[in-house]
Design a protein around this ligand. Structure first.
Ligand code: SF4
Length: 630
């Protein structure tokens, strides 16, 4: 009831009410004095003083008429008042932040950079998909965003002692840029004329930097500037380190700034016990980019988590793998010799597959909901049995489910495949230390007798006993696009040859020795993009050639990779920027992966005996043959 009067009473009385409330009822003054921590007490004390100041300002306003209620006046008065606590000096550092983070803070000195019409105030572009939603509610109106930008700018102006605003004269490509219209407005109301051009006073800091930049030996120039006292010892050291790093990164050779470590350091940060046994995918990730591998695997730096609305590619892959494994494994319990799907009718198989898929979804360690997740599920389940028990909501346009989702298409595909091969083994483990297997170590031996230890699971092994010679076909499911086989023969992909080598351990008796070998990807890409490309064996003229590749070439490459890791070769990728997916990499700003530079880099690394250079990127190899189907 006391507060209710803030809406209707007059400002003089209500200022008094508020004071009474804070002092008598809450005893804020006493409470701040009892504060435990000194730093927080200082903030609270300052806040309390501010409240006092603001309320006092109303006393002098008593004579001024206003239509606004006391509550509205108080809200305006308190909104955006910064609490300036005397701060420790910033320790010689400059804090870099966005406008939003600067909100409600006060500063002594601020540089606001890059105020161009393109960047400020920003007009957000929303995908057409959200148009309906944007139109439906004024809060999504793009105009608001501009107003908010202006508001933030205004509060910043009010909270700094000294502000320097800069706009560049030209953009990246020397094109002229247009300064933000906010600045025109500011200039109009303040009459402050902008300064342009560069600071070319002799002896100014810019002058020094320009001269250092123009010298041939910049490090020597910086050192002299340090000796003369133009740069402080700290500045000299930091600039020298920066120049040294830029020098090394700017030349094609390998240096300590290109991710090269001493073997002794590798032993400490990534010891053998952690490295081995390798998995095929870890080897592939190293070959894709040593530097990213080092950051991810050795330093354990994790990618920042994106907010996902559907399962990530990794989660989708692992879920689909689990479903397909159980689908066959459960059927196999009832048959003796591999799984013959033609013995079942389509509806029974569909029910079986759906039950397993629903069950696995319940067990999965991810949780999502919402429209996009319904669509994700629809892309897997559509067409798999009756709609009533479908585990997704079949929405209306534009979210129509496809007629056939991944699982139904998979079933059709399996039933229509000719050939006598029958699925025999699923997620067959090899190598030691896997959670659900007690298999012994699995190693591949290089021609020089050294070994590399590996472990993993083979997604699926089909066996055909029909013809003169049994055939062993290995499949690796891919929920993304299946890689070209030339990546395997070119030394950048290793899953298929490793699984072929490991098959000797997981299949019975002489099958591996006497059978004809085949290994390929099985692309199961939602919603219904299924493909089984010709296997790696198609890249060889004969079975003997394939076996030579498996027994001699692949172990040699794996050995070189193991050695390269042990010798600390964690340099950036030797593949093309596309091949290494640099576009999606968080380190892309630090890497120069331009084409012409790459050629020199590969040549330099090739000279280094300790590094692994995939056949695919070597100049001296028959690249036509290696790349023939790309
Ligand atoms: S941007 Fe490319 S080269 Fe650089 S770390 Fe990432 S993947 Fe490697």
């Amino acid at each position: 009831a006391t507060l209710e009067k803030l809406r209707t009473g007059d400002v003089e009385d209500e200022t008094e009410t508020l004071r009474r409330l804070l002092d008598d009822r809450f005893d804020l003054e006493g409470a701040t004095e009892d504060y435990a921590s000194g730093a927080e007490q200082a903030v609270e004390q300052r806040a309390y003083d501010l409240v006092d100041e603001v309320l006092a300002s109303f006393e002098s306003l008593a004579a001024v008429n206003s239509d606004l209620s006391p509550l509205a006046l108080f809200t305006r008065a308190f909104d955006g008042v910064p609490i300036r606590v005397p701060q420790r000096a910033a320790g010689g550092h400059v804090e870099v932040m966005g406008l939003l983070d600067a909100r409600m803070r006060s500063f002594e000195k601020v540089f606001l950079v890059g105020l161009t019409s393109e960047h400020f105030p920003v007009t957000p572009e929303r995908p057409a998909f959200f148009e309906e939603m944007t139109d439906a509610h004024p809060r999504f109106d793009t105009g608001d965003e501009r107003l908010r930008g202006r508001y933030l700018f205004a509060t910043l102006l009010a909270n700094v002692d000294e502000l320097t605003i800069t706009t560049p004269e030209t953009g990246d490509d020397e094109s002229a840029v247009v300064r933000s219209p906010v600045l025109d407005e500011l200039q109009r109301v303040t009459g402050i004329e902008p300064e342009d051009g560069v600071d070319d006073r002799v002896g100014s800091r810019e002058d020094l930097q320009r001269h250092v930049a123009a010298t041939a030996d910049r490090r020597a120039a910086v050192s002299r500037a340090g000796d003369r006292g133009d740069l402080s010892p700290k500045q000299t050291k930091r600039t020298d380190r920066g120049l040294h790093c830029a020098d090394n990164r700017g030349t094609a050779g390998l240096s300590e700034h290109d991710g090269v470590l001493e073997p002794g350091t590798v032993d400490e940060v990534y010891p053998l016990s952690e490295r081995e046994p390798y998995s095929a995918s870890r080897i592939e990730r190293y070959v894709e980019c040593g530097f990213k591998f080092y950051a991810d695997e050795v330093l354990g730096i994790e990618d920042p988590d994106d907010v996902e609305v559907v399962p990530t590619p990794l989660e989708t892959g692992s879920y689909v793998h689990d479903v397909l494994e159980r689908f066959f494994a459960d059927l196999q319990d009832e048959t003796e010799d591999g799984v013959d799907l033609t013995e079942f009718n389509w509806d029974d198989l569909a029910t079986h597959l759906r039950e397993i898929a629903v069950d696995e979804l319940r067990e999965a360690d991810f949780e999502y909901d919402g429209l996009f997740y319904e669509r994700w599920k629809a892309e897997l389940f559509a067409g798999l049995g009756d709609g009533v028990s479908a585990p997704y909501e079949a929405g209306s346009k534009p979210h129509d489910a496809p007629e056939q989702g991944l699982f139904a298409t998979f079933l059709d595909n399996e039933l229509s495949r000719d050939g006598a091969g029958r699925p025999h083994l699923f997620e067959a483990p090899f190598g030691e230390g896997l959670p659900d297997s007690d298999a012994g170590p699995f190693t591949v031996e290089r021609p020089d007798g050294s070994t590399v230890s590996i472990r993993g699971y083979i997604d699926r092994v089909d066996v055909s006993q029909g013809g003169e010679q049994p055939t062993l076909t290995l499949y690796d499911y891919k929920t993304g696009r299946a890689p070209y086989m030339t990546k395997t023969t070119g030394g950048t992909k290793f899953q298929l040859p490793i699984y072929l080598l490991a098959a000797a351990e997981v299949v019975d008796g002489d099958l591996f020795e006497q059978g004809s070998l085949s290994a390929t990807y099985y692309q199961v890409r939602p919603p219904n993009d299924l493909k089984v490309p010709r296997g790696v064996e198609s890249k060889f003229d004969s079975e003997a050639e394939l076996r030579r590749f498996l027994n001699d070439v692949v172990p040699e490459w794996l050995g070189q990779i193991d050695e390269a890791i042990g010798n600390g070769r964690f340099h950036t990728t030797l593949l093309s920027a596309r091949g290494a997916n640099c576009r999606f990499c968080d380190y892309r700003r630090a890497c120069d992966v331009r084409h012409h530079r790459k050629r020199e880099f590969v040549d330099e690394v090739h000279e280094d005996d300790a590094a692994y250079v995939p056949l695919r990127v070597r100049d001296d190899e028959d690249i036509e043959a290696v790349m023939s189907d790309d």
